[in-house]
Design a protein around this ligand. Sequence first.
Ligand SMILES: Cc1ncc(COP(=O)(O)O)c(C=O)c1O
Length: 456
Amino acid sequence: MDATKFMLDEKDMPRQWYNLAADLPTPPLPPLGPDGNPVSPDMLTPIFPMGLIEQEVSQERWIDIPEKILEILSLWRPAPLYRARRLEKLLKTPARIYYKHEGNSPPGSHKPNTAVAQAYYNKEAGIERITTETGAGQWGSALSFACSLLDLECKVFMVRISFDQKPFRRLMMQAWGGVCVPSPSEETQAGRAILAENPDTPGSLGIAISEAIEAAVTDKTGKTRYSLGSVLNHVMLHQTIIGLEAKKQLELAGEKKVDVVIGCAGGGSNFAGLAFPFVADKINGAEIDILPVEPTSCPTLTRAPFHYDFGDTAETTPLLPMYTLGHKFVPPPIHAGGLRYHGISPLVSHAVKHGLLTPKAYDQLDCYEAAVLWSRTEGFIPAPETSHAIAAAIEEANKAKEEGKEKVIVFNWSGHGLMDLTGYDAYFSGKLINYPLPEEEIEKSTAVLKNLPKAD
Ligand SMILES: Cc1ncc(COP(=O)(O)O)c(C=O)c1O
């Protein structure tokens, strides 16, 4: 029987994370403070513990993974690498399609790979409580899970519209002991200001980030820090365990060369996690197409400018050099909540700038169509975010068929969609529409960048 899954033993889990910053052709630009000067590591100490700040600025290629983190990750890692044989057959493609299944973690996505690491470094630093934001609830549930295993309190500001419409992830957070409030809330100045202006606002990730940071830095005990589930360098770093495992598993599958690597991209972390170890190969001369995939409704990498911008609506974060639709941008209400962020990881942005990545964008209806095709062939029901990577993998497999080439395609199956079935309901009942972002919207939303430093 031909193998479907390629599994590693727990003892073969990678012992180090890979840091792309060490290998990029030019050093990434630094984050800037309000005065326009680079942010120094000590300026970040009210927000993050030193262990994470050191990783944020590190230029070391390899960083050891502490034993305690590996012990918790071993609950679900190494994650299996699957070969999508049934889909290959249906598509009649000569391509071999592999996917890394990150949906088997307790919260159901790749997010706990960094949640566990972040909780660990906070615990090591004597922190007792972590605040964060969440969109549809994937990240909030992942951090609540990690905090419960490391005996930390967790406070989650959840974008109001999801808080009201998606109670199940909120209940998962509660099951793991996390406290979840709708954002904007009355608990922070940022939240109160927005509610005073617009009491019926559905909220946004940018607003929730402002609230979570404010709640951390204004806590008088000094024992609270903030945690971000994507975008930052240390988050990309923690996710590289995905790509490092995948490389070993592709060897087990007998593959000597990979042609296409794909991941959906919101803040960039699941994409980076799979792709960065392959980007290193590309820098060293390998011919690989590496595709971050985003929605046409939030086309950060495909249509937005590369510029310094804030990570949040209330302008509390340092300025980050990244592709951005502008920090006041409120994306259309598509069902892939995790892909509705105005910016994207500076490391991913830098790699795009250097031509190492080829970003693509897909409409949500095409992604749901791909998700349903996938569910009916491969069985696992994907998260709406993941469906973007599936749509791209199918397109690449069809291209290989047209070209008559035996390509090896690997993509990151970032999470299951069992908590996102309302999106499927809307799709099945014909209520979903596409929202390709009009050019005027991009011009309007990026106008805020005019007063901020250029990133070139
Ligand atoms: C299943 C899933 N995939 C992808 C993403 C996008 O985030 P990132 O780009 O950081 O991987 C999310 C975010 O919530 C998610 O839940």
